[in-house]
Design a protein around this ligand. Sequence first.
Ligand code: GDP
Ligand code: MG
Length: 416
Amino acid sequence: MRDGLEIVQKSMLEADVSYSVVQDFMGHVSEKALGKRVLLSLRPNEELVRIVHDELISILGPVDSSLHLKSEGPTIIMLCGLQGSGKTTTCGKLSQLLKEQDIKPMLVAADLQRPAAIEQLHVIGRQLDIPVYSEADNKDPVKVCQNGVAKAKAEGARVVILDTAGRLAIDDELMAELAKIDKKVGPDQVYLVVDGMTGQDAVNSAGAFNDALELDGVIMTKLDGDARGGALLSVKHVTGVPIKFIGTGEHFDALEPFRPEGMASRILQMGDIVAAAREAHRIVDESEREELEAKMASGDFTLDDFKNMMEKVAKPGLMGKMMGLMPGMGQFKEMMDSEEAAGGIRQTIGAINSMTMEERRNPKLIDAHRRTRIAKGAGVQSPVITQLVKQFEMMKPLMQGMMGQGAGGRMKMMQQ
Ligand code: GDP
Ligand code: MG
């Protein structure tokens, strides 16, 4: 269980979720896991994955990829974000989406920082056959936006998209400029465009944009690459506004309405964790599990049961395969597959085989004399037997505790 939580935590950090968000999240999840008595389950990882998955979905939601178009007059959508985050490209993608619904938007070139920005928007306009408003000599983006909106009104456009300037990093001048556009032009929807590949930086910049502007949504781009999208969770946490769309490529049709399920799986590399849990599940089949459960509940967990468990676990390569499937556990794969690990398990099984049925039921009977006999039979040194019995005695209350103890006992186990 604790291992399971550690795997999840590691997996989230690897997916670029910020540390404070992960801490927060793990707090919630452990609470829920305790509430649902995950430790009582013989499939704790599966149970845990479900809880984590649900929690991710609830944090990433609600789903709202509507552009909230007004029934009258043009709806003004303002895109903002750092330079290179994908604002201009997203202007084209949103236009394509609207065109598919027979709504013709107008684009406004309000990035007056880079000389090529205006031309870039015109190229997109020509490709999609939609009007682009720009002013070659105006240095005031507020005026350009106001004039563009007036033109859109006059021409009866239903949507105006403002393509604003970015910077390589957050600066006060940029924020002041955007805040001014926000105030004077009064966009209906303000979306922050975030580069999904920038990880932690995305979180810092999202905080700054959120402070300066009243954001209505986030669009995260470049999720077609290796980025696992963990930054989305952090950005959502920082801004509190819905994630509208994700960009999954450079083409205009590479814009998807945001779906928390897919993203939760992606963050967790869910497929892999589920596969690992399933594999673990297969070790003990249903009827055996019931039997084991009953035994443990009645306090009747013997060395024979211990041996059975070992035999299942010792199936060649199984442990290694499970480890290899879990995110972040790859490095343990070799260790678990090693001859040493397998040898240890074989030795334990051999030693138990050399015990009488009575000794297996009640290891307390094993005195020095019996120990020597068992060791000889199993071909090991007698301290190995001492160690084995010790191990079993340590495990026994734990196994029984999983089944029979009250909440206090479980709490204690989780904190250990
Ligand atoms: P802006 O400075 O915010 O306007 O960013 P641009 O729209 O000019 O995009 C910067 C670069 O990112 C361009 O090369 C785009 O093709 C690329 N880009 C934008 N969105 C995506 C996306 O979703 N996936 C990929 N792979 N590239 C993208
Ligand atoms: Mg641009």
